[in-house]
Design a binder for this molecule. Sequence first.
Ligand SMILES: Cc1ncc(COP(=O)(O)O)c(C=O)c1O
Length: 400
Amino acid sequence: MTRFSTRAILAATRSPEVNQVPSAIPIYQAAAFSTGDAAELGDVLTGARPGYAYSRIDNPTTAALGDAVADLEGAEAGLAFASGMAAIHAAILSTVRAGQTIVATQAVYGTTRDLLVRVLAGLGIATEFVDPTDLAAVDAALVRAGAPVLYVETISNPTLVVSDIAALAAAAHRRGALLLVDNTFASPYACRPIERGADLVMHSATKYLSGHADALAGVVVGGRERVDALRPILVDAGGALAPLAAFLVLRGLPTLALRMERHSESALELATWLQDQDNVERVYYPGLPGDPGHAVAVRQLDVFGGMLAFELSGGRDAGRAFLDAMRIAERTASLGAVRTITTHPPSTTHRQLDSAALAASGIAPGLLRCSVGLEDVEDLREDFERGLVAARAAEGAGSA
Ligand SMILES: Cc1ncc(COP(=O)(O)O)c(C=O)c1O
C-alpha cells in the first residue's frame, strides 16, 4: 500500500479512459506525456512512431489547431506557435540563411519590420523593402538581391494595401524565391493564399482566428515538407503555444465565417459613410470602388474584411482627439476581435518609425486604423461621429 502523498500524485494523474469523441477538443494541459517503456519514449522523441513526449515538441491541443488552420487555408500541414511573431520568425528563419537578403513589402506590420531590420539584420540577414503593388520593382529587387524569399501581407497593416498573391507568387517563383504571406488581416475566410501559389502562410491567430481577444497564438501553414522544416525552430527556440490558448483559438474557428461576414458588412458601411465626412481626407478600405486595391480585392477576397483606415485633415492632434472621444470602440493596438478597436498607428503600432520611415510606409500623422467589431453598426457610426466632432474641435483649436 503506497502512502498518502504518493497516492495523491498517482490518483491525480491517472488519465480517464475516453472511448467516445468529445464535442470540443480537450485542453491537454500537460507538460509531458509518459510512455509504457523506455523504447516507446525513445521512438516518440525521435519520431520513429507517432505520439507525444513533451509539450514544447508537440501537444494534442496545439497540434489540432495547426491542423484545423491548415484545413481552412487549403494547406497540407500547419504548425501552431506561441504568437504571430513566433510564427513569422520561424517561417522566415526556415527559408533564409545568413548572408542572404529578403525582399519584403514596405507596408508591413511594425513588429515584423523590427524583426527584419533589428533582429534578423543582426544575424546577417538583410531586407530590401518594396512596394508590393509595383511588380516591376518587386522583380528588380528580387534579381538585385538574389532573394530566397518575398514577404508580403495579403492586406497590409495599417494602410490596407492589397497584395496580388497570384502575381507575386509567379514573380517570386520566376526568380527562384518563395512567397511568404501574412494572412492575418484577411483570415482564411476572405483569402487562401496557398490556393494562389503562396509557399508559407502565417497568422497572428490572436486576431480573427481567435476573435475574442483572449489568447495569443500564431500559425504557419504550407506544404508538409516546408512545415516540417519549421519544427526544429519551434522545438529549439521554444515558441510553443500553450494548450489553453490553442483551445481558445479552436473555439473561435467555427464562427469565423459569421464573424467575417458581419465585420465586412459593417466595415463597408462605415468606410462608405466616412468618405463623405468633411474632415476625413482619405479612407483606406479595399471594398470601396475607388480604393487602389479594389480590383485585386474583388478578384482575390471573398469578403473585404473588417479592417479600415482613414486620414483626418487635422493631423496628429485630430487623430488623438478622435481616439479620446470614443465610447464604444476600445483604444488599443490589437485587432480582429468582437469589440471594435481604434488605434493611431503613428503613436502605437508604428511608433518606432521616424517621420521619414512613416512616410515611406505611407502612414500619415492623422491616420487612424479601425478593426470594426460586431456591435450594432448604428452605434459605431454614432461613436465615429463623436470622434469626428472632437477631431474638428482639435483642428480648429490647432489652427486658431
Ligand atoms: C498583420 C500582423 N501580423 C502579425 C502580428 C503579430 O501577431 P502577435 O501579436 O500574435 O505576435 C500582428 C499583430 O498585431 C499583425 O497585425
